[in-house]
Design a protein around this ligand. Structure first.
Ligand code: ADP
Ligand code: MG
Length: 439
């Protein structure tokens, strides 16, 4: 349980590679934050700086209010799970999970057993039964001895590291949560990838930690297992209820796991927000296209203002803007201008109603995804558009018509439009923050 603060954190690797530029983030206690972005954008580097596995070149990292820049990893009270499970091949699953507990040599206090208490009592009684020494120093010593025993009785047993019982308890509890109890006596080589990853998570779980760090923990698993483990991480999070930082390049993982997402590119934070904020109101084109799959479509076009009304011109058709987006445009007093129009594939629909503005397109490819079609279509001028159509409401006739070579009409909802500045790639209705970049 801890707040994690990163203030103006920078990482310059040897050879002058700046992997992370001026990273600022305040992570609340028990928050689940996901760092997402393409490979090489600095996610792992940032995480490893929090973990103490990489030096912080500039700036400050605080855990629980304490500056940890100079603290060794083992003193930061963090647990970490890596993409490559890093299990010890010669140890059983139980011993792999027990490993961090056996390594921990800090003093722990346990309650005395009844037998042990009886023994202490016996000792005290025996000391008290002794005839009082005549030498005052000896009398004092005897007194001290009795006092020490009384104190120890009250405090409990001091043990360096964890007791065998507690190690057993912690490992078997974690194994139960992860469903790997039956494998505790096996060696890692006799486990599947998913089981190994569970052991790696279990090993991180047994430690009492303030912050749980995960670096692409599911990347080595096949798609089906990844979905299952993603759901398990949501449950795990509820159980261990601590602060999480989770690194992934997978936007689905980011969207489903994060309370907040930090979307990164080239060592810069592109946007921080809830999954809904990033999806509905991306600050810039990069975030718009990184979050959501298939990627958001974009079109160079004009945003037209006529009095109080706004519209976009789209392949000759005029699409009026209504609702919340209209209010925002009015409030920001946006004038007629060139824009890059963004529309997500799931917000484009088949236009059966001829009264609405629509555009004709030709289907090139129809990818059958099961519950939906991904239609790759092309306009008369050769612009490519991806459209996501749920299959459940389609008649057999409609399904048969959605094949390569067919011409269909498409339209979209005004609320699903996003407007970007074609040069700066900033979302003209969002925060207005310039897009961070080294250029
Ligand atoms: P991500 O985890 O987002 O894929 P990384 O944090 O691993 O990205 O890497 C960020 C950048 O830092 C990359 O350009 C990478 O090549 C560079 N980098 C990572 N580790 C080192 C290192 N030890 N020395 C030099 N450059 C490194
Ligand atoms: Mg990485």
């Amino acid at each position: 349980m801890a707040r994690v603060q990163l203030e103006n954190v920078k990482k310059i690797y040897q050879g002058n590679v700046t992997a992370v530029h001026d990273f600022n983030l305040d992570i609340a206690d028990k928050e689940f934050v996901v760092f997402v972005g393409p490979s090489g954008c600095g996610k792992s580097t940032t995480l490893r700086m929090v973990a103490g596995l990489e030096d912080i070149s500039e700036g400050v990292c605080k855990i629980d209010g304490e500056v940890v820049n100079d603290l060794q990893s083992k003193d930061r009270h963090i647990s970490m799970v890596f993409q490559n499970y890093a299990l010890y091949p010669h140890l059983t699953v139980f011993e792999n999970m027990a490993f961090p507990l056996r390594l921990d040599k800090k003093e722990h206090i346990y309650p005395w057993s009844e037998e042990e208490l009886a023994k202490i009592d016996q000792k005290i009684v025996a000391l008290k039964a002794k005839p009082a020494p005549t030498n005052p120093k000896a009398a004092e010593k005897l007194e001290e001895k009795i006092e020490k025993l009384e104190e120890s009785k009250k405090r409990g047993k001091v043990v360096k590291g964890y007791s065998q019982d507690e190690i057993f308890q912690k490992v078997t509890d974690a194994a139960k949560v992860l469903g790997i109890t039956q494998y505790l006596t096996r060696k890692p080589k006799a486990l599947s990838g998913g089981q190994r990853q569970r052991v790696a998570i279990g090993r991180a779980m047994v430690k009492d930690c303030k912050v749980f760090l995960m670096d692409e923990p599911l990347s080595n698993l096949d798609a089906k297992l990844r979905n299952q483990m993603r759901a398990e991480i949501i449950l795990l999070r509820k159980r261990i209820n601590t602060t999480f930082i989770y690194v992934t390049h997978d936007q689905t993982e980011a969207m489903t796991l994060g309370d907040r997402i930090v979307c990164m590119r080239d060592g810069y934070i592109m946007q921080v927000g809830t999954p809904t904020q990033l999806f509905d109101m991306p600050d810039n084109l990069f975030v718009a296209q990184f979050i959501g799959a298939p990627m958001m479509n974009t079109f160079k076009t004009t945003l037209n203002k006529k009095g109080d009304k706004y519209s976009v011109t789209f392949f000759g058709a005029e699409f009026p803007i209504t609702g919340e987006k209209l209010e925002m445009l009015k409030e920001k007093k946006i004038e007629t201008r060139d824009i890059l129009l963004g529309v997500r594939p799931e917000h484009i629909v088949l236009a059966n109603d001829k009264s609405k503005a629509s555009i004709p397109v030709t289907i090139q490819v129809n990818e059958m995804m099961g519950s939906e079609y991904h239609l790759h279509v092309v306009t008369e001028d050769g612009t490519k558009i991806v459209v996501r159509i749920p299959t459940i409401h389609l008649s057999d006739e409609e399904r048969e018509s959605l094949v390569g070579g067919k011409v269909i009409n498409i339209t979209f909802e005004a609320k699903a439009m996003h407007f970007f500045d074609p040069k700066t790639e900033v979302n003209i209705l969002a925060s207005g923050n310039p897009v961070p970049s080294a250029k």
